[in-house]
Design a protein around this ligand. Structure first.
Ligand code: RP5
Length: 155
């Protein structure tokens, strides 16, 4: 059971580290790499085409601007891809959101909110939990704790 995390640039690391933290918390193994669909397309082909053979069950791909990374990664594999749009300077992430969410029929990408790396990790965990009961139990615990915190919040 493994998640593959890719991002278009080291400048995406700060946002994408939110996914590392959640996966660490749940004890889910992951591999991470900077790969750009535009600047290193051949590396993306190699990485995504061999993802399933390397034991990756879900891919999280974060990118900003003309964010082709999640969609192109999805084109090379049937491993499910979760896309995380990252806000750049020009359009606050709307550019990346539209680039990632507007996939043509046939190559789906599950698109998170702008900067939604934590939810990407949780969604990956929910997919993995379908076939890993111990992870499913851990998720139930996480949800119960989250609810309890809100219910016990006094202001
Ligand atoms: C995208 O362009 C990356 O995902 C990043 O969000 C954005 C800017 O990249 P850098 O110029 O900071 O490397 O491909």
């Amino acid at each position: 059971m493994k998640v593959g995390i890719i991002m278009g640039s080291t400048s995406d690391l700060e946002v994408m580290s939110g996914a590392f933290a959640v996966l660490d918390d749940f004890g889910v193994e992951y591999e991470k790499k900077v790969i750009s669909a535009h600047r290193a397309p051949r590396l993306l082909d190699q990485w995504a085409s061999s993802a399933r053979e390397r034991g990756i069950d879900v891919i999280i791909a974060g990118a900003g601007a003309a964010a082709a990374l999640p969609g192109v990664a999805a084109s090379f594999t049937t491993v499910p891809v979760i896309g995380v749009p990252i806000a750049g300077k020009a359009f606050g992430g709307l550019d990346a959101l539209l680039a990632i969410v507007q996939m043509p029929p046939g190559i789906p990408v599950a698109t998170m909110s702008v900067g939604g790396a934590k939810n990407a990790a949780l969604f990956a965990i929910q997919i993995l939990a379908m076939s890993h009961p111990e992870l499913s139990a851990r998720l139930e615990k996480f949800r119960a704790e989250q609810t309890r915190k809100i219910e016990n919040t006094e202001i």
